[in-house]
Design a protein around this ligand. Structure first.
Ligand SMILES: Cc1cc2nc3c(=O)[nH]c(=O)nc-3n(C[C@H](O)[C@H](O)[C@H](O)COP(=O)(O)OP(=O)(O)OC[C@H]3O[C@@H](n4cnc5c(N)ncnc54)[C@H](O)[C@@H]3O)c2cc1C
Length: 414
């Protein structure tokens, strides 16, 4: 009688949980263990800003694991690809037959003076990252007594964190180095509408500005040692007083474990179309993985990779291949919503046409990018009523079969 394969998933985040759930649902015969460094079972990280505002609690964002065994609070310190063992932080060594690395990513700390404590042990008082439920809890506690916050970084994370802090009654400002908010997903016009929406919610934005230093309270010099944070200094010399700082400057894949085991690492852990590393029976998915030169850092691609790997390892489709993810993003926090997918910058290709509707009164913006009668990209902000129809048309890649206006006017012109 053959023993069931032992599948070790390192990382109890969105990719690891999705893999475990899909593997079970597809009838995989192995026993799956999900080792997670965080003190709780996997949860939907995308909803953390909504936990901050109190819209969801920690329990309601838990992710299903199928029949897998969760091992929260269990950090993996090393693995041996030849002996096929894991070394855990408590000193125990555990065997595996298949290893799935899903270690995610860490927040990037920008080169800003005064971010760290003078002894180098962690961030200065009042300076936060937002990556885990524990981060969220600490930030929520401090937000109670805070009056003004500065969020450094105006991407999707910075915008959702700022909106959440404003909803908690904290006057919030976003300092963003890029030319406009969320420039990876939105065009200039959409970002302008987003900025107006944020202003109405109590969030002021300063795009095109770089934070240079964080100062201590009561006008003290930078670099800490003077109690909690008191101001953020911009590169142009301007100071924003604040008693909270949130860093939202992107993430970096957690690759130390793979690197330590001798696996090839670029920006992320290098994987092929089967999500396999060159080490036999070792795969990587999610924010930690680099596939065809791309590290996505987004939940959608992490789940697509987890789905492919689950199909391959469960035996449901041993030849399953991941060939990449089409660019697709969605922010939905409270009443601030946008979706963007496909090619949204028509200036890069003279063969593209654009259909755009801006409704300044209602704070909405809709843009379709078309090649002939096909939809190749879209941005919707403020009114997502037609998002499913648009996404369907984009995914099918077929002719639209009517005037494209009907796709952004809720059928009124049909
Ligand atoms: C506040 C917030 C909002 C976001 N909003 C969006 C959004 O709107 N849209 C979107 O697409 N994406 C969003 N993201 C990004 C999205 O959450 C990530 O892309 C996704 O979580 C990646 O999943 P992952 O499993 O690869 O990594 P993670 O979810 O980060 O999970 C990795 C897990 O591995 C654990 N781990 C690491 N090393 C070890 C080890 N050695 N031993 C044991 N455990 C280990 C970590 O503790 C962590 O729990 C957001 C992220 C944040 C923080």
């Amino acid at each position: 009688m053959t023993r069931e394969p032992r599948i070790a998933v390192v990382g109890g985040g969105m990719a690891g949980a999705r893999f475990a759930e899909r593997y079970g649902a597809l009838g995989g015969h192995g026993s799956v263990t999900v080792y997670g460094a965080e003190p709780r079972a996997p949860y939907n990280r995308v909803l953390l800003a909504d936990v901050l505002t109190g819209r969801y609690d920690a329990e309601s964002i838990a992710l299903p694991l199928g029949g897998a065994e969760p091992r929260p609070g269990c950090e993996v310190l090393a693995f041996d690809p030849e002996a096929r063992t894991l070394g855990l932080a408590d000193g125990t060594v555990e065997p595996w037959d298949e290893l799935v690395l899903a270690t995610g990513s860490n927040p990037v700390l920008p080169p800003v003076r005064g971010l760290r404590r003078p002894d180098g042990q962690g961030l200065a008082e009042g300076v936060h990252t937002l990556r885990t439920l524990e981060d969220c809890g600490r930030l929520a506690e401090e937000a109670v007594g805070a009056k003004r916050a500065v969020v450094i970084g105006g991407g999707v994370l910075g915008v959702s964190a700022a909106r959440a802090l404003a909803a908690l009654g904290v006057r919030t400002e976003i300092v963003h180095q890029g030319p406009h908010l969320v420039e990876r997903q939105l065009d200039h016009e959409a970002a302008a509408v987003l900025r107006e929406r944020l202003l109405a919610l109590g969030v002021e934005c300063y795009p095109g500005n770089r934070a240079r230093a964080v100062h201590g309270g009561m006008g003290g010099p930078p670099a800490g040692g003077w109690g909690r944070v008191g101001a953020v200094e911009l590169a142009n010399g301007y100071r924003l007083d604040c008693d909270l700082v949130v860093l939202a400057c992107g993430t970096r894949p957690r690759t130390a474990l793979a690197y330590g085991a001798g696996l090839p690492v670029g920006t992320g852990v290098l994987v092929d179309d089967g999500l396999a590393t060159p080490a036999p029976h070792v795969s990587a998915i999610g924010d930690c993985a680099e596939h065809r030169g791309i590290v996505h850092g987004l939940a959608g691609p992490a789940w697509e990779q987890a789905d492919v790997l689950a199909r391959r390892l469960s035996g449901a489709d041993p030849d399953a291949r991941y060939t990449g993810s089409r660019p697709r993003a969605r922010l939905s926090t409270g009443d601030l919503e946008y979706a963007a997918f496909g090619a949204v910058d028509e200036t890069l290709d003279p063969g593209l046409d654009v259909l755009r509707i801006t409704d300044a009164t209602r704070g909405s913006y809709k843009k379709l990018v078309l090649r002939g009668d096909r939809l190749v990209g879209a941005i919707l902000l403020g009114d997502l009523a037609t998002v499913d129809a648009l996404a369907g048309a984009w995914e099918s890649d077929g002719p639209l079969g009517g005037h494209p206006l009907h796709l952004i006017t809720r059928g009124v012109l049909r």
